[in-house]
Design a protein around this ligand. Structure first.
Ligand code: V47
Ligand code: SF4
Length: 370
């Protein structure tokens, strides 16, 4: 008879903490990252996931607008950005953005996610105008817009503090902030992959300011490039600390580095095993962030399904997800999934599909696809 591996005393001690709801230490998180026992990681992460959300897996109906890919920065992992005048660049006019929004009238979408390059000339007034135009066309839409990286530059351009800039955008209809631009907070890595854009301290300060104004936000982590496990744990520690202070994060989204068409293309992408391990450790360590999201257009449908058994409770990316950030970096070319398809993907993995709004309130009873 094959002998199943027994848990080491260290693994058993972590399990006891997880069962008792005791927050894990940085060393615990590192030990989990170094574990090769995927079944153990999935089982532990599922204890937390099911304590918080049972067998429910959320999804929402959103669409993306990327107003421009013109960017003043040159992040080493980015396949999306172009310099002004460079081939492949785009800058939508406000009217073109209105036309994009108009396509979604009557479709049942509840959220628009707006994120793009950091344009050299556009300030808060420009982006506030865009939000107002979208809300005139889709009055009930939730506007989740602008990373801290974009916000830092638009506030500076308009000579506003973060608070003034966020208040002006909220006045125009901004509802929450997406989690992008966080990448890896540790200075040793940030210096190498995105030295010049918003620093760790600035990213944290912008999210803190948003939370203090009652604007919720998400947080991301770009993993699987030159960082080590220690850097991921440091990244999540800063997020856990800010969450303990403000409670303003809705969800955490690990973003897997994709290698095509960027300055880090010589690196290989990490395996599915690493993806699942990373979801599990994130769920276990970030005990105070309620939701863990998998962005399926980037990892593919199969890994997204598996991720539900490694701590993930939320799958992002429905309707026709036109985002180019990932398709330009090697992810699925045209990532579209209908609401029926995403609900089926969830139920066939043994979970209960639940459509949500942007602050995780259920929209219909579970499993009802309207
Ligand atoms: O900050 C850029 C990442 C982010 C690559 O808040 C890459 O709900 C992988 O933040 N390989 C922007 N990732 C997108 C983002 C996001 C996505 C989905 C949902 C939410 C949310 C936020 O995209 C950037 C960067 O970390 N990114 N290039 C790449 N080659
Ligand atoms: Fe610009 Fe964002 Fe790309 Fe960095 S990741 S170069 S800030 S678009």
């Amino acid at each position: 008879m094959v002998k199943l591996p027994r848990l080491s005393p260290a693994e058993a001690a972590i399990q006891e903490k997880v069962e008792a709801g005791i927050p894990l230490t940085d060393d615990d998180a590192l030990a989990l990252y170094h574990s090769d026992n995927l079944a153990y990681l999935g089982t532990l992460a599922s204890i937390v996931r099911e304590r918080l959300h049972g067998k429910v897996a959320f999804y929402n109906r959103n669409f993306h607008i990327e107003p421009t890919n013109i960017c003043i920065y040159e992040c080493a992992f980015c396949s999306f950005a172009r310099k002004p005048g460079e081939e492949g660049g785009w800058e939508y006019t406000p009217e073109e953005i209105e036309n994009i929004a108009a396509k979604y009238v009557g479709t049942g979408v509840t959220e628009v996610h707006i994120v793009g390059g950091v344009h050299p000339k556009r300030g808060i007034e420009y982006y506030a105008d865009i939000i107002r135009r979208i809300k005139r066309i889709l009055p009930n839409i939730h506007v989740k817009a602008f990373t801290a990286v974009e916000l830092k530059v638009m506030c500076a351009r308009s000579r506003m503090s973060y608070k003034e800039g966020l208040l002006a955008l909220r006045e125009a209809g901004l509802d929450s902030l997406p989690g992008g631009g966080a990448e890896i907070f540790h200075p040793e890595i940030r210096r190498q992959i995105c030295a010049t854009k918003a620093s760790t301290e600035e990213w944290i300060e912008i999210h803190r300011t948003a939370h203090e104004l009652g604007i919720p936000s998400n947080a991301t982590m770009l993993y699987g490039h030159i960082e080590r496990y220690e850097h991921r744990v440091h990244h999540m520690r800063l997020l856990r600390e800010l969450q303990a202070e403000t409670g303003g994060f809705n969800c955490f989204i690990p973003l897997k580095y994709r290698r095509e068409n960027n300055a880090l293309s010589h690196l290989s992408e990490v395996s599915i095993i690493e993806d699942l391990k990373n979801y599990a450790v994130s769920r276990l360590y970030l005990n105070n962030i309620p939701h863990l999201k998998a962005y399926w257009p980037m990892i593919g449908r199969v890994t997204a399904q598996l991720s539900l058994s490694f701590g993930v409770d939320d799958l992002d990316g429905t309707i026709d997800d036109t985002t180019k950030i990932y398709s330009m970096a090697g992810a699925e070319e045209h990532p579209t999934m209908s609401t029926e398809e995403i609900a089926h993907l969830i139920s066939s993995a043994g979970y209960i599909p639940q459509e949500r709004d942007s602050i995780y309130r259920p929209i219909h009873p579970p499993s009802v696809v309207v």
